[in-house]
Ligand binder design. Structure first.
Ligand SMILES: [Zn+2]
Length: 91
């Protein structure tokens, strides 16, 4: 069930929305339509593309099987905070 008209691009979203969806996107937890919008934004926004590439690299270094989910969550929160300090999600 695909529509292939010329306006078939996913809805445009802003950097802030893309940044908010970043970790859910990397975890593959977004609804398909939202995921497409985020993907499209990264493809067209150099600023966000570099942040996403960086975040993906950071997450690759974080073991996926962390014993304590709470700790993993805290670690992730710290990573997000450090990214904010770096200016991510700022326009
Ligand atoms: Zn952006």
């Amino acid at each position: 069930m695909t529509t292939t008209d010329e306006r078939g691009s996913p809805a445009l979203i802003e950097c802030e929305a893309a940044a908010r969806a970043l970790y859910d996107y990397l975890d593959g937890r977004l609804p398909m339509a939202t995921e497409a919008s985020v993907y499209w934004h990264i493809e067209t926004c150099r600023n966000c593309a570099s942040h996403f590439a960086f975040a993906r690299r950071v997450l690759d270094l974080v073991p996926s099987a962390v014993p304590l989910a709470g700790e993993a969550h805290a670690l992730r929160a710290r990573i997000v905070e450090s990214l904010k300090v770096e200016g991510y999600a700022e326009r």
